[in-house]
Design a protein around this ligand. Sequence first.
Ligand code: FES
Ligand code: FES
Length: 151
Amino acid sequence: MDFTLNGKKVAYTGDADRPLLWVLREDQELTGTKFGCGVAACGACTVLMDGSPARACSTPMSAVEGTSVTTIEGLNGKVGEAVRTAWRELDVVQCGWCQSGQILTATAFLTEKPAPTEAEIKTAMDANLCRCATYHRITAAVARAADIAKG
Ligand code: FES
Ligand code: FES
């Protein structure tokens, strides 16, 4: 089962039902992708699969074959860098547990929608939970990232 991970080819020979999250964290030692709920309900494990957000805790390796996966460790490009910069500028992070998922979700959203309204940002980020309640800073940072990416 071959897939691309942060730009590099990976050959996976394990159980096809194993969730991507554990391949990332255990096999690949990419621990930026977090385990939260394990049932696709919190967004802490969000990665990008072919540019779209995917919940790694609930994505079996059988569904990963042939795709290109990006984790927080491999995030780059104009929008990704703008999101990182905005997150730093606005000091978004509290404990940090949810933030990889937030950043990857925001990157996918802004790639599709470069000039969103506040309401659109809130809707797009709504399914990524933050137990530290950094929601106001996340909304502001997504708006700031849109401005940065615009140049
Ligand atoms: S750990 Fe995957 S959605 Fe919560
Ligand atoms: S920053 Fe702590 S869970 Fe979001």
